[in-house]
Design a protein around this ligand. Structure first.
Ligand SMILES: Nc1ncnc2c1ncn2[C@@H]1O[C@H](COP(=O)(O)OP(=O)(O)OP(=O)(O)O)[C@@H](O)[C@H]1O
Ligand SMILES: [Mg+2]
Length: 325
């Protein structure tokens, strides 16, 4: 088949949250693909739908209120959305694992750190307790935590160490794909750098594919060869890091860069993008960025632009930039 080399291939994913207050259109036709060993940065403002996509991949969205309305999520050639729960259980935490946005709630306070890592290893790899313990100690040491701390509880660890534990846990079963949702946001800057370096090394050593969800374009530039920019539940621009950083095509991506402080520029003030992301329960008809876009024209209000390939591998969803990038 034509997508044979892809590890993950998401097509036209649509996810809604059906609440008493109305239908929230969180993910609106999302296409994304990733090859083995690749790292993709998923960036965009708060509420854009990033975590929803990651949870949809793992099939851990709360239902209700979440509903996957359409689309497919092919992983190693199989549509995850059509797998039985038993088969999905084998994939979760084993072939695909996730580092959650809020690490502090991801650990069980009454179980030792070691047990929490060893348990999924034992279940997924069907190994003995002592084998699982050995692998856990190896993983702890890999993330820079002495193996002797196996029997300690989460409250005995600092925030940065807890985050390393979460990463060890996510990597213990040697996943093919790691979904890292703001893995360093809760950490201070020095520890952030250490954790990122560690993840980059692991990716290199274990050939793990990575989807890195973040608000931080600097982290993306450092870690990812591909980037997808998300706005109101759609990808508005995707391509290589070079496409996105050096040949920026979408006005929203441009806005994201303009809103960053730049060390080497004195003239440029921090310019946040004007306005807010549209209410996901009441999205505009045409281009969703149109109300905030400095280049908007009449057509932008009326018609949602297609996702168009401007140069090989560089896709943009914009009437104005179509074909002229
Ligand atoms: N359980 C839920 N019930 C109702 N609405 C939800 C639920 N979870 C998320 N949403 C809504 O879905 C939209 C997308 O949320 P999501 O958490 O995917 O955004 P995000 O891009 O991860 O944001 P952030 O950067 O803040 O983590 C938002 O409008 C959010 O309010
Ligand atoms: Mg999120």
């Amino acid at each position: 088949m034509k997508d044979e080399k892809q590890l993950l291939n998401i097509k036209n994913l649509v996810v809604e949250y059906r609440t008493d207050g109305g239908v929230i259109h969180a993910v609106n036709g999302f296409d994304l693909s990733l090859k083995k060993g690749e790292a993709l940065g998923l960036v965009g403002e708060t509420g854009a739908g990033k975590t929803t996509v990651a949870k949809a991949i793992l099939r851990i969205l709360p239902d209700p209120p979440a509903k996957v309305c359409s689309g497919s999520i092919e992983f190693e050639g199989e549509d995850l959305l059509r797998l039985s729960e038993a088969n999905m259980h084998r994939i979760r935490g084993n072939k695909i694992s996730m580092i959650f946005q809020d690490p502090m709630t991801a650990l069980n306070p009454v179980e030792t750190i070691g047990e929490q890592i060893a348990e999924p290893v034992r279940i997924h790899n069907r190994v003995s307790r002592s084998e699982a313990r050995k692998r856990t100690i190896e993983m702890l040491e890999m993330v820079g935590i002495p193996g002797e701390r196996y029997s300690e509880y989460p409250h005995q660890f600092s925030g940065g160490m807890k985050q390393r534990v979460i990463i060890a846990m996510a990597l213990a079963c040697n996943p093919e794909l790691l979904l890292a949702d703001e893995p360093t946001t809760a950490l201070d800057v020095t520890i952030q750098a250490q954790v990122l370096e560690m993840m980059a090394n692991l990716k290199k050593d274990l050939d793990t594919s990575l989807i890195l969800i973040t608000h931080d374009l600097g982290i993306v530039a450092e870690m990812c060869e591909k980037v997808a920019v998300v706005y109101a539940g759609e990808i508005v621009e995707s391509g290589t890091a070079d496409d996105i950083f050096n040949h920026t095509a979408h006005p929203y991506t441009e806005g994201l860069f303009d809103s960053l402080p730049r060390i080497n520029s004195t003239a440029r003030r921090l310019r946040p993008i004007k306005g807010l992301m549209p209410d996901p329960s009441n999205l505009p008809e045409g281009c969703k960025f149109c109300p905030r876009c400095p280049y908007a024209e009449e057509i932008c209000q009326k018609k949602n632009p297609d996702f168009t390939e401007t140069t090989p591998g560089h896709f943009v969803k914009c009437h104005k930039r179509k074909g002229d990038a």
